[in-house]
Structures are given as C-alpha cells and as structure tokens.
Write a protein that binds this ligand. Sequence first.
Ligand code: BG6
Ligand code: MG
Length: 208
Amino acid sequence: MKGAIFDLDGVLVDTAKYHYQAWKRLANSVGVEFSLDDNEHLKGVSRAESLELILKKGNIEKSAEEKQALMDVKNEWYLELAAEMNPDEALPGAIPFLESCKSKGIKIALGSSSKNAPMILERLGITHLFDAIVDGNVVSKSKPDPTVFLTAAEKLGLTPSECIVFEDAISGVQAAKTGGFYCVGIGTKEVLPLADEIATTLGEYSVR
Ligand code: BG6
Ligand code: MG
C-alpha cells in the first residue's frame, strides 16, 4: 500500500450518528418515516441526493427552492449536533492509524462526500496529516460514483491498485470497488458484503 484513502463520517469520526439524527428529524418533519436501515442507504451519499431519496420514499414533490431550504435546515441541525465536537470523537484507533501511515511514508488522502469535511478535520486537529483532501466541495458526483476516490488517488500521484480505501458506507464500498481499489469495510460483513475485508475499527485494522 502506497496510499491510504479515508472516508470521514463513520470511519475517522463518530459523525454518522449526527447525520442520522438530522436526516431523521428532517424526514419526520415532512411526514416520512426514517429507520436505521434507511440510513444505511444514505451513508456516503451527498446532501442533495440524500434529500432526493427521502422525498422519493414519501412520494413528495418539492420545488428547487424548497429543496434548498430543506437541505439548509438539515445542515443547521447537523451542525448543532456536531458543534461540541472535539478530538475525543475521533473513532477508536483512527488518529494513531493515520499517524502510523504517515511515519511509514504512506500517503494519506480524504475521500468524503461531505461539504463539512474541512471543518470536521479542523475540529479533530488532523488536517495537517493529509496529503490530499477530496470532499463534497470538490466533487459533485456522489458515491457510489468512484470519482471521489479516483480524484484522491490522482492527487496523491498513485493508481487505484496502489491505494487502499477505508469505508463504512454501502455506497462508498461500491464506489471503491468500481474504481478498482482494495477496500476495507469499517463495520460488518452483513452490511458491507462487497468489501475485500472487514474491520470493526481502524484500531483493529492497524494491529493485524
Ligand atoms: C457523508 C455522510 O460523508 O456526507 C452522509 O456519510 C452525508 O451521511 C454526506 O449526508 C454529506 O454531508 P454534508 O456534510 O455535506 O451534508
Ligand atoms: Mg462514511
């Protein structure tokens, strides 16, 4: 492995729960039920496409302006939840794993769908560890499209076969595999059957 590409929410930091809570609140506010299973299919998906999935579930039509307002309110709720975040909310083993990659000369990139990624990395105090950052502000095609990871590999000057992708989302594992990457799924085999291997946390992966 010459390069390691990390998803952010649910891999490096425990923000997946905040996205879930904010999407659930938003879905319920327009009269749509939203379960943990529904949430698995939203993980890794951009803000705009997540909203489309929720509206589709409820058979709801909205204008472009109304959709923008719904996305804005979801993000406000998400930011309220994430406001108190500090380095303690890094997931177990995540920061030591990034540091050990760095010390071994492995290049590190972020491959996230989130537009809030730069702020979250700052809160965690880990921005300086990344050689490349590709996020929802840079790439508009949402996972499972592989563009986010292909762009990250390109920014590192590496090919997909030289990199490993670490992902917790069904859409993200799909994106990595479509892009030709080896993919470590952070979670369970049941949820992420397409991953090449599974680890519960990055801490568990690093001690193998
Ligand atoms: C992904 C999350 O990382 O980013 C999704 O898994 C989230 O849950 C998506 O919806 C977009 O995030 P943001 O911060 O741009 O709304
Ligand atoms: Mg994720």
